[in-house]
Design a binder for this molecule. Structure first.
Ligand SMILES: Nc1ncnc2c1ncn2[C@@H]1O[C@H](COP(=O)(O)OP(=O)(O)OP(=O)(O)O)[C@@H](O)[C@H]1O
Length: 359
């Protein structure tokens, strides 16, 4: 995803309105039941020839306080548009969204005070130091000098960059820059942090570090994290996830529940004659079982796959077909994604990780 071409509020204006000293702040208000709640949320854009592009079509979403929530979907599914509405950067066409207890249409300024955003593309100034980049943002948030100094120190420490505070950003690794962006998103102590593909392009070590810091943030401060990612293992570690496709929510739940709902295990057999084996397996497996033959071998989906392997092997060997390998694996999140969208999440993954070292 790219930074949203917000149709309602440029990012800088957004920051300038997000003054934490606003006396109308709702920080002392009772905690709302959900960090994020939407009902029938719609966003349409004017399309070519007077048509409309329906980017989000009636979204019902509930994200609990302190939850780490993954928001998945193929390219163009409506993820950025949804985040833009939830951060009060784009006005919904219809429906309702309440973020940190505040309606995004009625009080967009208050919503912006309560959320932090990390966009995929860096907006850091490479020639300024880490702490100078943060100080600029404290000014945009209208913080007093003493408050700013405290928050810059605290947020740098939260992402383990205190010892690099005087380093120009261009000398930091990709992982460090991403952590600095997280620090920037935290300066005004938001209740909810929206992270748009926070680890895309990072090597596995740097990705793990970013997630360590996010987990600590959530444990220490109860910050709600709303994350888009193309990495299944990251979605797997979230409390819950939602999948959006063509503007509609197609699945929502814990990773475990979503995998369980798919049900069947994937059994793969490699035999001496896969074409003949297909017929034998067809006759042996439960009626209606879908069978495919691909580079992995002969694949089928059955409940309790490991119990089926000996039966299938016996049937094949009885027909003189040697079995070279057999495996049964429970459904993965990619299976869930494929089931609901007809695509594999890995094919939608953006390009090559950065290869630099991260400290
Ligand atoms: N400002 C706009 N004007 C017109 N159409 C838009 C605008 N912004 C988004 N769209 C369209 O809305 C749909 C959803 O786009 P969106 O960027 O929200 O998807 P996404 O899931 O974030 O995709 P990606 O992962 O590729 O960034 C797409 O068809 C897109 O072309």
């Amino acid at each position: 995803m790219k930074p949203h071409a917000g149709d309602d509020a440029p990012a800088r204006a957004l920051l300038l309105t997000a003054t934490p000293e606003d006396p109308d702040s709702n920080r002392s208000a009772p905690e709302p039941a959900y960090a994020i709640s939407t009902r029938d949320l719609v966003k349409s854009y004017p399309g070519p020839d007077g048509t409309a592009v329906h980017a989000v079509r009636g979204l019902d979403l509930d994200v609990s306080q302190g939850e780490t929530f993954a928001f998945l979907g193929p390219n163009g599914a409506g993820k950025s548009t949804t985040i833009a509405m939830l951060c009060a950067l784009a006005r919904p066409t219809a429906g309702r969204a309440v973020v940190a207890g505040t309606d995004v249409v009625a009080r967009p300024d208050r919503v912006r005070r309560n959320v932090g955003m990390l966009f995929q593309h860096s907006a850091l100034d490479p020639d300024l130091t880490a702490e100078q980049n943060l100080y600029i943002h404290t000014r945009l948030y209208g913080m007093g000098r003493r408050h700013a100094r405290r928050r810059v120190g605290e947020t740098l420490e939260a992402v383990a960059l205190t010892d690099r505070r005087r380093s120009p950003v261009r000398t930091l690794s990709g992982g460090m820059r991403r952590r600095l962006e997280i620090a920037r998103g935290l300066l005004h102590e938001p209740r909810i942090l929206f992270l748009d593909e926070p680890t895309t392009g990072l090597d596995p070590h740097a990705r793990a570090q970013v997630w360590d810091h996010l987990r600590t943030l959530r444990e220490r401060h109860g910050t709600t994290l709303f994350v888009t990612t193309h990495y299944l293992e990251e979605a797997e570690n979230c409390d819950r996830l939602a999948i959006i496709d063509a503007g509609r929510l197609v699945a929502q739940g814990t990773p475990f529940a979503l995998r369980a709902a798919i049900g069947d295990d994937r059994v793969v057999l490699r035999t001496g004659d896969d074409t003949t084996a297909r017929q034998v397996v067809h006759e042996t497996a439960p009626p209606g079982t879908a069978l495919t033959l691909d580079a992995d071998g002969l694949c089928l989906r059955v409940p309790d796959g490991s119990a089926w392997i000996p039966r299938l092997c016996a049937a094949l060997e009885a027909h003189g077909i040697p079995v070279r390998a057999a495996s049964a694996t429970p459904p993965t999140l990619d299976d869930v994604f494929f089931h609901h969208t007809g695509r594999s999440i890995t094919t939608a993954r953006p390009p090559q990780p950065e290869t630099g070292k991260d400290a």
